[in-house]
Design a protein around this ligand. Structure first.
Ligand code: NAG
Ligand code: NAG
Ligand code: NAG
Ligand code: NAG
Ligand code: NAG
Ligand code: NAG
Length: 483
């Protein structure tokens, strides 16, 4: 009981400092989610003068009313649960409407979408034809009774779903994906269809009045050309891990990158063998070791290598198509363990490291202030940045963060206190901030030294004055600006 009340009392206020960028992100998300509403709003807003168009669109996304009648509520079992799952049509996917019932509301498919007048007809997909590397899709525009002959422009939204494999199996089809939008009833799609997959298509006709939703799916279709075996792994290379082990052996890390192929990678196979120089140079007496590696792991640590030896290292991509395994050529390199210790020494030498890292040191990108949070008289700032890639040897990055008060209105800062933190994630929450003060935050990929002046990235942000928070926070736990 107490805990529940506390939850209500902990007033979490989020002040969207970057409101415009937040808005556009939400806008984009909606559009991705529902191409039907986007098409309709574009058709509605095309008449509006360009300056007002984006405003018109965002009003339309949130306020649009969808056609059709909600089904009668009597039979709905969920009504008993009294859920209020929506309060606007725009919160419901596709053609679904927000339907109100005696007690609650939920997204439901209208009962009369196929007959309600004033909408473009439901299209019917034709057969899919393959022409060289393209597939040609056609559909009828669903002309029928007079009610469906609507004036104005119509846009068609095409979607696809597919599954991998030589045989069509409807239950394995994945989710529907947006493919394209067109005002024609015949389109040619190139390079989208990959060999070795079965596809189905569907299309919806949208006018400014709305849509009846998607057609029945097309007949399944697969490209004529069979999938090619996978390609060999790319950028095969060796990173020394440990020089001389106690027992005199060595460990190296073999790394590679996923090749781009028709089929997804099932796994990799790594081979390694020691080359012994015989009397004649081709006389290689070798034992070949091999190991299977999961598709998500694009490296393998090879242990127990002899010093002063030449090794032949290979990696192969393996894919599966139906019951058949398809194998790539092997990517191969030689590695001479004589040089391992030199490699490691070079890596460990601080000077060498500095030079190297300065040259190809990539700056941290995308540092931004997500939001300022007010919580029970504490002010926090949440910052995020674009995660950098993992380091060469596969260990995850660490970020070194430093922040300090930069300036305050009505207050002089003599010796700003510096705070530091380390994080593995590309985000941090900075606590104990003060009203009316600005803060400088620096992010670095390597540890920050006391006298350091240059950082991989920096950002200055200002915490608004108390009055701003007072205006935004409402409820029982109001902001006290006196103290
Ligand atoms: C389709 O749109 C293009 C411009 O985007 C226009 O030129 C063309 O007339 C339209 N076609 C139809 C059938 O409306
Ligand atoms: C040699 O030492 C390494 C690391 O200490 C160990 O991983 C490896 O199994 C050892 N090899 C043998 C043959 O003992
Ligand atoms: C490995 O490299 C060293 C020095 O570069 C060379 O002397 C040696 O012959 C090489 N070993 C083999 C097996 O090629
Ligand atoms: C980093 O993120 C992971 C998962 O996304 C989470 O489990 C972990 O607690 C986070 N670490 C920190 C220091 O926030
Ligand atoms: C900051 O906000 C982002 C986005 O809301 C969130 O993913 C992240 O976990 C937050 N960071 C911390 C340290 O809480
Ligand atoms: C914060 O700044 C505003 C305007 O810049 C000023 O009116 C207000 O008195 C300041 N508050 C504090 C606590 O310094």
């Amino acid at each position: 009981m107490r805990r529940i009340r506390c939850k209500w009392l902990v007033l979490l206020m989020t002040l969207c400092v970057l409101l415009p960028s937040v808005m556009t992100r939400i806008g984009r998300m909606n559009r991705q989610k529902d191409p039907l509403t986007k098409a309709r709003c574009d058709l509605i807003c095309v008449q509006v003068v360009p300056e007002d168009r984006s405003r018109c669109r965002s009003d339309c996304y949130t306020g649009v009313q969808k056609p059709g009648t909600c089904p009668a509520a009597d039979s709905a079992g969920w009504a008993a649960a009294c859920v209020a799952a929506c309060d606007k049509d725009s919160q419901c996917d596709g053609t679904k409407r927000c339907c109100r019932h005696e007690c609650g509301a939920s997204c439901q498919e209208p009962s009369d979408l196929t007959t309600v007048p004033g909408l473009p007809g439901l299209p019917i997909m034709g057969e899919i034809q393959e022409k060289r590397r393209s597939a040609v899709l056609t559909w009828s525009d669903g002309v029928g009774d007079l009610a469906r002959a609507v004036p104005g422009k119509v846009l068609y939204i095409v979607e696809e779903q597919h599954h991998l494999g030589p045989k069509y199996e409807e239950e394995r089809l994945e989710n529907w994906n947006f493919v394209l939008r067109s005002n024609k009833t015949r389109v040619s799609i190139r390079d989208l269809l990959k060999p070795g997959r079965w596809y189905r298509f569907r299309v919806a006709a949208v006018s400014a009045e709305g849509t009846r939703g998607y057609s029945a799916p097309s007949a399944p279709f697969t490209p004529r050309r069979p999938p090619r075996p996978p390609l060999q792994p790319r950028k095969l290379r060796v990173v020394p891990v440990d020089g001389d082990n106690q027992n005199g052996t060595m460990t190296i890390r073999l790394m590679w990158e996923e090749p781009r192929s028709d089929l997804p990678v099932l796994r990799y196979k790594v081979f390694w063998s020691r080359r012994l120089r015989g009397v004649q140079s081709q006389l290689d007496s070798v034992v070949v070791n091999h190991q299977t590696v999961a598709k998500t792991q694009t490296y393998y640590d090879i242990k127990d290598l002899e010093p002063n030896s030449m090794y032949f290292l290979q990696v192969q991509t393996i894919s599966q198509y139906g019951l058949t395994k398809l194998r790539s050529e092997k990517a191969a390199i030689f590695f001479n363990t004589t040089n391992v210790n030199e490699h490691i020494a070079k890596k460990k030498k601080p000077h060498a490291l500095k030079k190297k890292s300065n040259k190809k040191h990539k700056k941290i990108k995308g540092l931004k202030l997500n939001r300022i949070i007010w919580q029970s008289n504490h002010i926090m700032a949440n910052l995020t940045w674009t995660p950098s890639r993992a380091r060469e040897n596969g260990t995850p990055r660490r970020y070194y963060v430093r922040w300090q008060k930069e300036a305050c209105t009505n207050k002089e800062i003599k010796e700003p206190q510096q705070f530091t933190a380390t994080t593995k994630n590309a985000t941090i929450e900075i606590d104990d901030l003060e009203y009316n003060c600005s803060y400088r935050v620096s992010i670095n990929k390597s540890p920050i030294t006391k006298s350091q002046r240059k950082f991989d990235t920096e950002l200055v942000f200002k915490v608004p004055d108390c009055k701003t928070f007072q205006r935004k926070v409402s409820g029982p736990n109001t902001v006290n600006c006196q103290s």
